[in-house]
Ligand binder design. Structure first.
Ligand code: HEC
Length: 145
């Protein structure tokens, strides 16, 4: 039971850590000291997240990690997604890897591999996620080496 609770909280902890890691530090930001002695305004704007980084956030927000391991961390209900792009390229040489991964998210029955039966992964991500979130997830999955 304790393990279950921890597993359920785990994605949340990871999101918090990921957000904390991405938060801009203020320590070495260049500032302009206004001549009138008022408080200096930081001139540095944090770079926007890349598709891959946004996809990582979506991955944890939607608790994909509760069923899928990445580098040994996560749930073991679904396949390990570490190196998934390479695995697809090797095992499905005729498939377009991005299309395959997109199907893996929104239409898992189209790409299910034994011993999986397609009866465990939620089938409604296509409705719940925005097209952009799906694109970002695909970018993230492509980056998992
Ligand atoms: C309840 C557990 C569960 C959750 C939550 C879940 N998955 Fe899955 N996923 C599975 C299982 C199990 C499979 C294998 C197919 C099957 O049996 O449903 C799978 C298959 C996949 C595949 C295809 C992998 C392959 O080898 O063909 C991808 C990609 C994938 N999931 C990504 C995701 C993403 C992204 C999310 C979050 C938006 C997610 N999954 C959430 C259980 C889950």
């Amino acid at each position: 039971m304790v393990i279950n609770t921890l597993l359920r909280l785990f994605p949340l902890v990871l999101v918090v850590l990921a957000v904390a890691a991405c938060a801009p530090t203020t320590a070495d930001q260049p500032t302009v000291a206004p001549a009138d002695g008022s408080i200096p305004v930081p001139t540095h704007t944090p770079a926007p997240l890349t598709a891959e980084q946004r996809g990582q956030v979506v991955f944890f927000q939607w608790s994909c990690i509760s069923c899928h391991t990445i580098t040994g961390v996560g749930g073991r209900i679904g396949p390990d997604l570490k190196g998934i792009a390479g695995w697809v390229a090797q095992n499905h040489p005729d498939a377009d890897v991005e299309d395959y991964l997109r199907a893996g998210v929104v239409d898992v029955l189209a790409v299910v591999n034994p011993p999986w039966r397609g009866d465990l992964m939620p089938q409604d991500y296509g409705q719940k996620l925005t097209p952009k979130e799906v694109d970002d997830l695909v970018a993230y999955l492509m980056s998992l080496e």
